[in-house]
Design a protein around this ligand. Structure first.
Ligand code: DER
Length: 235
C-alpha cells in the first residue's frame, strides 16, 4: 500500500477505537494524515456528529472541520477535550514525538494537553526507535520574530550548529505561523535525541521561544499504517 493508504489505515483504525459516541469534544490536528481522521468521523453519521464540537489546531485544521460540515468549537469555551488526534513527523519507542513539520505545533500541543486522550496517527515512515532517525530537519521551534537572531545564536551554542530560520517556499521571506511567529528548525546530534525531554526543557527555557515541537510523554497511543496493509499500534 502507498503512503496515503497507510495514512488512511492509521487514521481509520484510530478513529474506530478512540472516537466513540460518548466523545463529544474532539481536537483535530494538522497535516496530511488528519484529513483521513475527519473523513472517518464524518462517516460516523450526521446525527451523532451534531452532538459534537470540533476544535482546530490552525487554519488548515479549521478548514478541514468547516468543509466537512462539522461544528467548530472554541477552546475558550471547551477547554477540556475528550480526545485529540494528530499526526507527527517522527515517533520514538516511548511515544515521544517530533511535531511541527507543518508549523502548527503550538496549538497542537495546547489541544493535546487539554485532552483526556491524545492519539497519534502516521504512516510507517514516522515509526522510529529514536527521534532523529528519519526526521533530519531538526526540532521545529516556534519563536517570536523579535528574538529569532538571538535564538539562532543560542540554539547553535546549545549544540544545534545548523539551526536555521524556516523560509517560505511559495512566499518570499520566513514561514509565519497561524500565531504570527517564526519557526527555527534545530537539528541535534543523534545521541541528544535519546533524551528528548532534556532537549525540550533546554530549548523551552531560551528567551523568545514560544513552543517546541517535541511532545514528550503525551500520546496515549500511536497508530502506524504499514506498507503491507497492516497497522502497528504502540501504547
Ligand atoms: O506539524 C505537525 O506536527 C503535523 O502534525 C504534521 O507534521 C504531521 O505530518 P503529516 O502531514 O505526515 O501527517
Amino acid at each position: 500500500a502507498g503512503i496515503d493508504a497507510a495514512k488512511q489505515l492509521a487514521a481509520w483504525t484510530a478513529v474506530d477505537e478512540h472516537v466513540l459516541p460518548e466523545h463529544k469534544i474532539i481536537g483535530i490536528g494538522s497535516g496530511s494524515t488528519v484529513p483521513f481522521v475527519v473523513e472517518r468521523i464524518v462517516a460516523q453519521g450526521k446525527e451523532l456528529n451534531q452532538t459534537r464540537v470540533f476544535l482546530p489546531t490552525g487554519f488548515q485544521s479549521k478548514e478541514l472541520i468547516v468543509n466537512a460540515g462539522l461544528t467548530l468549537g472554541d477552546i475558550d469555551q471547551y477547554s477540556d477535550l475528550d480526545v485529540t488526534i494528530d499526526g507527527a513527523d517522527e515517533v520514538d519507542k516511548s511515544l515521544n514525538c517530533i511535531k511541527g513539520g507543518g508549523a502548527c505545533h503550538l496549538r497542537e500541543k495546547v489541544l493535546a494537553e487539554a485532552a483526556d486522550t491524545f492519539i497519534i496517527v502516521a504512516d510507517y515512515r514516522k515509526n522510529s526507535q529514536t527521534l532523529g532517525t528519519t526526521w533530519k530537519q531538526g526540532v521545529p521551534v516556534e519563536v517570536t520574530p523579535f528574538a529569532y537572531v538571538s535564538l539562532l545564536k543560542n540554539l547553535r551554542k546549545m549544540g544545534s550548529e545548523t539551526a536555521t530560520l524556516r523560509m517560505g517556499k511559495a512566499k518570499a521571506g520566513p514561514v509565519v505561523t497561524d500565531n504570527g511567529n517564526f519557526v527555527i528548525d534545530a537539528p541535534f546530534r543523534s545521541t541528544r535525541y535519546e533524551k528528548p525531554d532534556e532537549i525540550l526543557r533546554e530549548i523551552k527555557m531560551l528567551t523568545g521561544v514560544v513552543e517546541v515541537g517535541l511532545f514528550c510523554h503525551m500520546a496515549k497511543a500511536a497508530y502506524f499504517g504499514n506498507e503491507d496493509g497492516s497497522v502497528t499500534i504502540r501504547l
